[in-house]
Ligand binder design. Structure first.
Ligand code: CA
Length: 229
């Protein structure tokens, strides 16, 4: 799964970008200021960066320049001002594309897709995307929707599977019960938030060696749950 870093201080925009990218099968992380963004960008963990220009601490120009000096990944600049985009072009900072706000989310996703594909062709990194996610003793076959713990299959219900897959695909990030409920049950549900707790409990019974000391899905008291990688 391709990993995308969004560096954006306006949370509503960052979340909009994230939601559309996640729906399209990308793993997404958000950095809310330039300093955090730069650190994450340099980690080498991400496949593409969506970079806002006006940011607290370190601005997008500087981030772009520094990333370019160190790593080679597609950078898509996002700005509300066309003049800024002209300026970046003029400076030759090496962004791969420029998107003006407000943007059409569908187009944003299309551009991300195109740049990832182009980059793979360029660096010859293209390899078949694995459909099986391995995390320590657990294997999750996304398409067959099967889960194996130490090579034995465990049977999950549809929602248990969806919930586990969602957490695994967004590792090391804390989600509140409300967020998980929204993502997995969404609009079509008449259920309630407590159902998340129940499902987490069931998943743990199936994948954890010791449910009182979970190694995969951690409870972050007062905040929610996190899949530990
Ligand atoms: Ca901004």
């Amino acid at each position: 799964m391709k990993k995308i870093l969004i560096i954006e201080d306006e949370l509503s925009i960052a979340e909009l970008e994230r939601d559309y990218l996640e729906i399209n099968g990308y793993a997404v992380e958000i950095a809310k200021d330039g300093e955090t963004g730069l650190k994450k960008a340099k980690s080498g963990y991400f496949d593409l960066i969506l970079l806002d220009l006006m940011l607290p601490k370190v601005d997008g120009f500087e981030i772009c320049r520094q990333i370019r000096n160190e790593i080679n990944i597609p950078i898509l600049m996002v700005s509300a001002r066309k003049e800024d985009i002209d300026k970046i072009r003029g400076l030759g900072l090496g962004a791969d594309d420029y998107i003006t706000k407000p943007f059409n989310p569908g187009e944003l996703v299309a551009r991300v897709k195109a740049h990832l594909a182009r980059f793979e062709r360029l660096v010859g990194k293209a390899k078949p995307q694995s459909e099986i996610i391995h995390v320590r003793g657990i294997s999750i076959d996304k398409h067959a929707r099967r889960v194996y713990v130490n090579n034995s299959e465990v049977i999950l219900t549809t929602k248990e599977f969806d919930l586990l897959l969602f957490l695994v695909q967004n590792p090391n990030r804390v989600f509140s019960k409300e967020e998980l409920f929204d993502k997995i049950w969404g609009m079509d549900s008449v259920g309630e938030i407590a159902t998340v707790t129940v499902h987490i409990g069931k998943i743990r019974e199936k994948i954890e060696m010791d449910t009182s000391n979970p190694q995969y899905i951690e409870t972050i008291w007062g905040a929610g749950y996190r899949f530990k990688v």
